[in-house]
Design a protein around this ligand. Structure first.
Ligand code: FES
Ligand code: FE
Length: 447
């Protein structure tokens, strides 16, 4: 038993997993980003256990609406049944495993497997098969061949699912992150909705490069997005991303709320249109409203692979209003050196049309599929993955996560929200929170 337990904590070459992630010292081994053995363990120990974001309710508003997504590498169908209930089903037939649904979205009365024709109800239950009475015995137990169902939970319209029957309820899993999600998803009574289909693209980078960047990498803005500074879109100031709060909320979740020095004017509420202000003031608590009043950017990650960005500081067209945009994205693992990025654009349902249109344009030009900022980041994440695949880097290279290691969280009198709040977004507390949770799950004694 002792030998079995020990081996769970070590890689095949004997390296203890724990030694690779020394958050207390601010050291993370390069290997965790590129090692195929670690990647396989992540699929089991992280993607089989966590709540994973798969869709937004506004993508499947009507009975029969569905989208196909992934939980880790496992393909799933996210579908609303006739009664309005949402199901997340493994998209693999219980007969011989063919993909039951092969398009990315649509509306269905049932799902029919393209291989031998098993038919499934929208809740995943097997409805029948061709020549059923001839092909199978009377004893054939249809219920035993229901598509695998994940547990489903929703928050602020976002649909999450988990395969883990013993996982805590979604609300508990999100914990204090809910308070910050509310700032984005529930700041008006109607909330936000997804516009169009999400953008999806594949890059040759490990999935954690995106999660790690969005959870709190304020420092890269001045360098990675240098072109925007040279064009005058962003201020030429190395402290551009410093003026903000970096908040670790536990369970690997983190958020950063960035403003600007007093001398730089910011539009109220990230530049949301005035028509929405009374709605914000009704939906938010006083503390939440005060925070949003003078904020330029909110970015963060819900462990493991959902990230968010709401920002107003980018103007993409002369004369166009500087309105904010909101994007949520998942970093879907497709191997140690590859991921699919699925990126939603969302906007307040009650927003005026001119704002929705301007916001969508801003998103597409910056963080959409061909967005300039998106390409800057992707290029670096691909290079990071490429530079650390070799035998030497995998064995000896260690990254520096020391930024803000000795900074103390500020008291609630200074920061009114939950979590451990650090002044200054040039900080890696959130990244350390992410990696601590990663280590916890990867070394947990379970099953
Ligand atoms: Fe689906 Fe045979 S694999 S019906
Ligand atoms: Fe970036």
């Amino acid at each position: 038993m002792a030998a079995r337990t020990r081996s769970k904590h070590r890689l095949a070459d004997g390296t203890p997993l724990r030694e690779l992630v020394r958050v207390e010292e601010g050291r993370i081994a390069a290997r965790v980003f590129t090692d195929p053995e670690i990647y396989q363990l992540e699929l089991e120990r992280i993607f089989l256990r966590c709540w994973l974001a798969v869709a937004h309710e506004s993508e499947i508003p009507h009975p029969g609406d569905y989208v196909t997504r992934r939980m880790g590498e496992d393909p799933v169908i996210v579908v609303r049944d006739r009664e309005g209930q949402i199901h997340v089903l493994l998209n693999s037939c219980t007969h011989r495993g063919a993909e039951v649904c092969r398009v990315s979205r649509g509306n269905a009365r049932e799902f029919v497997c393209p291989y031998h024709g098993y038919r499934f109800h929208l809740d995943g239950e097997l409805a029948g098969a061709p020549a059923h009475e001839w092909a199978y015995d009377q004893q054939f137990d249809r219920k035993a061949f229901t598509l695998h169902r994940a547990r489903v939970g929703t928050y602020g319209g976002l649909i999450f699912a988990t395969w883990d029957v013993s996982a805590p309820p979604l609300e508990e899993y999100l914990g204090d992150m809910r308070w910050y999600l509310d700032l984005l998803l529930k700041r008006t009574e109607g909330g936000v909705e997804v516009v169009g289909a999400p953008h999806r693209w594949i890059i040759e980078a490990n999935w954690k490069t995106g999660a790690d960047n969005f959870i709190g990498d304020g420092l890269h803005t001045f360098m990675t997005h240098r072109y925007a500074i040279e064009l005058g879109v962003l201020p030429n100031d190395p402290l551009i991303g410093w003026f903000g709060w970096h908040i670790s909320v536990g369970r690997g979740h983190g958020v950063a709320i960035v403003g600007a020095p007093e001398r730089i004017p910011l539009p109220p509420y990230l530049g949301l249109p005035q028509e929405l202000w009374p709605l914000l003031e009704r939906a938010l608590t006083d503390a939440q409203r005060r925070i949003l009043e003078r904020t330029a950017t909110v970015h963060g990650t819900v462990f493991p692979n959902l990230s968010l960005l709401n920002t107003t500081t980018i103007a993409t067209e002369e004369g166009m209003p500087r309105v904010p945009f909101l994007t949520l994205r998942v970093w879907i693992p497709l191997g140690p050196h590859r991921m699919e990025i699925l990126s939603w654009f969302l906007v307040e349902k009650e927003g005026p049309e001119w704002y929705k249109e301007a916001s969508r344009k801003n998103y597409e030009r910056t963080f959409g599929l061909t967005g300039t900022f998106e390409e800057d980041d992707a290029d670096i994440w691909v290079s990071l993955t490429r530079a650390n695949r070799g035998a030497f880097a995998r064995k000896y290279h260690v990254f520096n996560y020391e930024m803000g290691l000795h900074r103390q969280p500020r008291p609630r009198t200074e920061w009114p929200g939950p979590g451990e709040a650090y002044w200054g977004d040039y900080c890696e507390a959130n990244q350390r929170t992410f990696w601590a949770q990663w280590r916890r799950l990867m070394t947990e004694d379970r099953g």
